[in-house]
Design a protein around this ligand. Structure first.
Ligand code: ZN
Length: 431
């Protein structure tokens, strides 16, 4: 027994003192920004990219050398809009929190297995769970949690049944559906909801800023919350040095949100030209998604109201993409898969490639998404990531084949992503 303990201790000591130096040689580097690949080598020391060079780099003593074999190296991918904790229609209603948590862990591992080293949870997932991932206790990407989605009564995050009393009238908890959402009406309640999320560890705040598809009671045209409530959320987030992202589709909703300080619009499918111009002028990002809106119109378990709303917003997708391109609006890469539809993740790459070049899509999924996440300011405790640059965090992928010619290979990460490094740790290596 003692011997076993001693050898276990030896293993633990060797793990904690093991060289954290990796030299990746002979790779073609997509740095997250430039379409041109650079042939070269990358040195990683203690989780940070210490050196990127087209010249040979001498291996420091104790370095683990990885022979890249002229394969393509990219930054790890980033998804700006996930809901790890929303798995079945029941999970935004009746599923117990332990089950929601277990499924969230499975969803997170799916993302990391597909090369996603960072996700921004656009609401729902409890920051405690994010902490467990971010400290390395659980297998998954780095998570930037938004905490519970802040919604007004009758808003897109009010998932009560029609007959259920309002907690504000009964003194009940304002948290709904395994804490995925929190009801807040009025300035004071909004301040409390936002500050509760910040206390729990949210790195940014998500509000419902207009009508949505998957809620039965709020038509798409509705404006949610009032300008004063939006400003309260923005103020409380701003006091912590971070920002508000908001769900919205229409020009009216997006205009109100932008004019009251929201920095990132989620979806935005129905905006017009003037609104796109306003968004650009205010340096606001629009994080939109392709696959989910194309899939929703075909899903048969939606109510008639939801189906109609799905068609309504889907119709705006091509126009929005044209406006994003016309005004060069920062958009990043995001999917918004709910109810276990994660299998559609690789399609988000290929369907974006109908509108953007493959290099542009990869830029969205790396440097551009990282730029949006960095709006969390001092609440980002993870350093700079999303680009292969000296001094930045080593989130790296090595790909088989010619990724920049064919994004469809990302549908089979088991065969086609041969190295996943997150934060300088090798998560997968099949080279
Ligand atoms: Zn969402």
């Amino acid at each position: 027994m003692r011997r076993v303990l001693l050898s276990l201790m030896a293993i633990l000591i060797s793990l904690s003192t093991r060289a954290e130096v990796f030299l990746i040689e002979d790779v073609r580097i997509f740095n997250g920004v430039d379409a041109e690949l650079m042939h070269g080598n990358v040195l990683v020391v203690d989780g940070i990219i210490e050196s990127v060079s087209s010249d040979p780099i001498a291996a420091p003593e104790g370095a683990i050398v990885l022979a890249g074999g002229n394969r393509i190296l990219t930054p790890g991918f980033i998804d700006l809009h996930v809901h790890l904790s929303m798995h079945t229609p029941a999970s935004v209603g009746t599923e117990h929190a332990t089950s929601v948590g277990a499924r969230s862990v499975a969803a997170a591992s799916f993302f990391l297995d597909h090369g996603f080293t960072t996700v921004r949870d656009a609401g729902g997932t409890h920051p405690d769970l994010a902490r467990a991932f971010n400290s390395g206790q659980l297998y998954g990407p780095r998570i930037f949690p938004s905490g519970a989605i802040v919604s007004q009564t009758a808003g897109h995050g009010d998932w009560r049944a029609r007959h259920e009393p309002n907690p504000a009238h009964t003194g009940g908890s304002p948290y709904l559906a395994a804490d995925n959402s929190i009801l807040a009406d009025g300035i004071d309640a909004t301040l409390v909801a936002v500050r509760e999320n910040l206390k729990n560890g949210a790195t940014q705040i998500k509000i419902m800023g207009g009508g949505g598809v998957m809620s039965d009671f709020d038509p798409i045209h509705t404006l949610q919350p009032s300008p004063a409530e939006i400003r309260a959320a923005v103020q409380a987030a701003g006091d912590w040095g971070t920002y508000v992202l908001a769900h919205a589709y229409t020009s009216e909703a997006v205009t109100r949100l932008v004019e009251n300080g929201v920095r990132c619009i989620e979806h935005g499918l129905l905006i017009d030209d003037a609104t796109a111009r306003l968004v650009k002028k205010n340096n606001v990002a629009i994080s939109t998604q392709l696959v989910i809106f194309r899939s929703l119109v075909g899903m048969d378990n939606l109510s008639d109201v939801q189906k109609e709303k799905a068609h309504q917003v889907r119709a705006g997708q091509e126009n929005l993409i044209a406006l994003l391109k016309k005004y060069d609006i920062t958009t990043g890469f995001s999917t918004d898969f709910i109810f276990g539809q994660y299998a559609g993740l690789p399609r988000e790459f290929t369907e974006r490639a109908e509108f953007w070049t493959n290099a542009e899509v990869l830029r969205q999924a790396t440097s551009e998404s990282a730029e949006i996440i960095r709006m969390a300011g001092k609440l980002n405790r993870h350093g700079n990531f999303g680009e292969i640059r000296e001094g930045w965090v080593a989130d790296l992928l090595i790909h088989e084949g010619e990724l920049l010619n064919d994004l469809s290979q990302l549908a089979d990460p088991k065969s086609n992503i041969s190295l996943i490094m997150k934060n300088g740790d090798i998560v997968k290596n099949s080279m």
